[in-house]
Unconditional design. Structure first.
Lengths: 307, 514
């Protein structure tokens, strides 16, 4: 097991290096630079700025220097937010994004699993079809459509909740978290329903029922755990969906998380900020996939021996 | 808990607990939505790059800095320059020596007095190349800044500058307390900053006119997207918006008519020809024809529809002393203009030959609509096809500046100070903002002469300069901007003005309102 986990961890390093390299050169290829604006700067000022941010060296030298810096966890100063370093911006944005993403994930699993089980128990009844059709719609509606509708209904028409902004209070988290979790609730519900139906038809459930076990115990003790396995394996992709989804949601709700830094950073050609966020996202996704893999290996010995 | 242990009394208390916590949540929600009394919430637009007075640029940074700091002069509610840290000043007859008397009540937010040294230090840092100030160029006419007495500051200019009072309201001229000292000279101090979210300001108790400031606190919310900003305004979270989304004016007038504020703005929108690219560069007649074929009335009424004024000249109306004389094109009827355009087109030799021109603009809904309308008019009236190229902002400004691939680009200018020279100077052959790459000796000579002139003489020279620019057909003026905001009726002290400057110190949230 230890051997397997170390091997998996070692393979993460080249992945990360490729990610950093591709991202570094991609953002530099984009036309326009961090200091371009409508009112062009005098040449001497521009030269000064480029020297200050070490943009005057050949690109390859900048690349290796950057690798050296991030090896020491120094992501450099932000090119656009001049009063801040990238480390500060990420440290300030990450808790916001994590809170939002965490709530969305909990909502997705609680509601998704609940709805899925309910639909499985009512298999092929009208309510099953109805729930699953709604879930299908939920998966198909992108959250940049769902979010403004939620704002229109709950913030503007009903006036129950704020339309945007972030101050760490619960009521400002509700709408963005719901918008972020909606497609996932639908997805989790469908997975849960499918696997629950499969499990309910297996022989050990039939045995349990034959023994005369009460139905709720059959469900909770025997059926739920195996039925949840595919849902757990969805954790990795779900986290990735939250990260990419938050880029859109944070912008719509003006939430100062990592996602909005990513979009704004790219538009501003804030090289260091974009790189910092890419690396942060990259490490996060690699780490989550790694954890899910470990969980798999722990659940299924075949994987760890073959690996 | 073992469910069997649950009895009626505990169930009841649990229910009571539920109700209590629900109530608490409701109260929490109500309290936070309602906000504190005397707290004004304003939309800021994009997150500013920095709050360093010398390095900041862009409207959002300036709006914040004007609340936090004050120069020798400041702006009143109507946007006019009025005494700030300087309570009085004298100007020498040649207009080159300005002597300011500092207000003894002017203090930093820690209570220490604002001195002449703070200004000397500020000006020195602004022009120091290592500061890399993007706005230091504004100080080019300044020769020397010296303290002549304890509270008297003298500024010597290389030449008389008619907009000097306005220049002194800009952040690059503000006093500077020195490195590492975060002090404020304005009506508010910075309480909290969350990049990408908000800047919370609280009343500066040491401000020289603290007694006249009505608001206890001002929160500037970053609002990158006008539609999202509108949503927050409608949900009651903003008192004043920075922008209004385009193309929804009728709906806004109907729904939010009492809040909608549209007012003339010293800004001009035009298209620019790249005079280095054939065939447009070689044919003034073709350029004039393209300009005449665009119906400005349709543009402002049907395409924009937010009260903009049709433009045939560069400099917007309303600047002091600027003649209000519409050019001949403005007096022609639509059919006369189109007839003249077709005649010019055939003189240029393009009436039979097919021609495709390129119109390049930065991505925005408003620009796309406008470009499509212009292309349709060129096609309908002149038979000229247009290739519309839509680029993201950084790509667009880079291409426009280099001028290697552009033909016709979107241009536009918003006044740094209320002066015609501020618009016309962009077409001097040495200006870095000359996207037309115009080299016109007469225009250069007139602009240089205007720098040495004053008053009516200067205005007359600049008027001739504008005519010289228009005679070259280097640009197609399309319309003059308006400022657009939503302001809740409970806000008083907000005066529409053509510089669109609204310091929070003049605003008041009427009591009993939130």
């Amino acid at each position: 097991m230890l051997n397997y986990s170390l091997k998996r961890l070692a393979s993460a390093i080249p992945t990360l290096l490729i990610l950093i390299t591709v991202a570094f050169f991609l953002i530099r290829i984009a036309p326009g630079g961090p200091f371009d604006s409508e009112k062009a700067l005098p040449p001497e000022i521009e030269a000064n700025l480029e020297a200050k941010y070490q943009l005057d060296d050949p690109l390859i030298i900048q690349y290796f220097r950057y690798l050296g810096d991030i090896a020491q966890f120094d992501f450099g100063p932000s090119f656009h937010y001049r009063d801040w370093t990238v480390n500060q911006l990420i440290a300030q944005g990450a808790p916001v994004s994590f809170t939002l993403g965490g709530i969305a994930l909990v909502l997705a699993f609680v509601f998704g699993v609940g709805i899925g089980i309910w639909a499985a128990l009512k298999q092929n009844s009208p309510s099953d079809y109805l729930t699953m059709s709604v879930a299908m719609i939920g998966i198909s509606i992108p959250n940049f459509v769902a979010a403004p509708i939620l704002i229109l209904v709950f913030a503007i028409t009903l006036g129950w909740l704020p339309a945007g902004g972030w101050d760490g209070s619960i009521q400002r988290m509700i709408l963005p978290a719901v918008a972020l979790s909606l497609p996932m609730i639908a997805y989790v519900a469908r997975i849960t329903r499918g696997s629950m139906i499969e499990v309910l038809h297996s022989s050990f459930i039939r045995t349990a029922r034959a023994k005369g076990m009460p139905e709720h115990e059959v469900l909770l003790r025997h059926a739920l755990k195996p039925a949840l396995l595919p849902v757990i394996s969805y954790l990795g992709p779900a986290a990735a969906a939250i990260l990419t989804g938050s880029v859109v949601i944070e912008r719509i709700f003006t939430i100062p998380g990592i996602g909005s830094h990513f979009v704004q950073g790219a538009l501003n050609r804030d090289y260091t900020l974009v790189m910092g966020v890419v690396i942060f996202y990259g490490v996060l996704i690699i780490l989550l996939n790694y954890l899910v893999d470990l969980l798999y290996a722990w659940l299924d010995p075949r994987i760890r021996y073959e690996g | 808990m073992n469910p069997a242990a649950a009895t009626n009394p505990t169930q009841a208390s649990r229910r009571a607990g539920c109700v209590a916590s629900l109530l608490a949540v409701a109260l929490l929600i109500w309290a936070s939505v309602a906000g504190a009394a005397g707290e004004i919430h304003r939309g800021l637009g994009p997150s500013p790059d920095t709050l360093d007075i010398h390095r900041a640029q862009g409207l959002s940074a300036f709006n914040l800095l004007r609340d936090l700091h004050e120069g020798l002069l400041t702006r009143d509610a109507a946007g006019r320059p009025v005494p700030g840290v300087a309570r009085a000043w004298e100007v020498s007859d040649d207009g080159r020596t300005w002597t300011f008397e500092l207000d003894p009540d002017a203090r930093w937010s820690d209570g220490s007095p604002i001195t002449t040294a703070d200004f000397e230090r500020g000006f020195a840092r602004a022009v120091d190349p290592s500061t890399a100030s993007p706005t230091a160029g504004w100080l080019d006419p300044v020769e020397a800044v010296t303290a002549v007495a304890d509270n008297r500051l003298q500024i010597r200019l290389e030449r008389a500058v008619p907009w000097f009072e306005e220049l002194l309201t800009l952040p690059v001229t503000f006093p500077w307390p020195g490195a590492g000292r975060e002090l404020f000279s304005g009506a508010f101090v910075l309480d909290e900053r969350v990049p990408g979210a908000r800047f919370a300001l609280r009343r500066n108790l040491n401000f020289r006119e603290a007694g006249t400031v009505a608001a206890d606190a001002v929160v500037w919310h970053v609002t990158e997207d006008p539609s999202a900003e509108l949503g927050r305004f409608r949900a009651g979270e903003l008192h004043i918006t920075e922008a209004v989304p385009p193309g929804r004016l009728d709906w806004l007038k109907r729904e939010l008519g009492d809040s909608l504020r549209i007012s003339p703005y010293f800004g001009s929108f035009y298209l620019v020809y790249n005079l280095r690219r054939a065939p447009l560069a070689d044919s003034p007649a073709l350029r004039e024809a393209l300009s005449l074929a665009i119906d400005r009335e349709i543009i402002v009424d049907r395409v924009l529809g937010t009260g903009e004024l049709p433009a045939w000249r560069l400099v917007p109306p309303g600047l002091e002393g600027w003649p209000d004389q519409p050019p001949p094109e403005a007096r022609m009827s639509r059919s006369e203009r189109i007839g003249r355009a077709r005649q010019l087109l055939s003189e240029a030799g393009y009436s039979e030959r097919p021609l495709t021109v390129e119109l390049r603009f930065n991505s925005s809904l408003a620009h796309r609509r406008l470009a499509a309308a212009v292309a349709a008019m060129w096609k309908q009236h002149l038979g000229i096809s247009t290739r519309l190229v839509n680029e993201e902002w950084k790509v667009f400004v880079t291409n426009r500046r280099h001028g290697r691939i552009t033909e016709i680009v979107r241009g536009g200018w918003i006044a740094d100070w209320a002066d015609p020279g501020n618009f016309l100077g962009n077409f001097h052959s040495e200006s870095p903002l000359n996207y037309a790459f115009l080299r016109d000796e007469r225009l250069d000579e007139l602009l240089d002469r205007a720098e040495q002139a004053h008053g009516e003489v200067r205005t007359r020279i600049l008027w001739q300069a504008e005519q010289a620019l228009l005679d070259r057909n280097a640009i197609i003026p399309l319309y003059y901007y308006v400022s657009r905001h939503l302001v809740r009726p409970e806000i008083s002290g907000y005066e529409d003005n053509p510089m669109d400057i609204h310091l929070s110190r003049w605003l008041r949230l009427e009591p009993g309102q939130r």
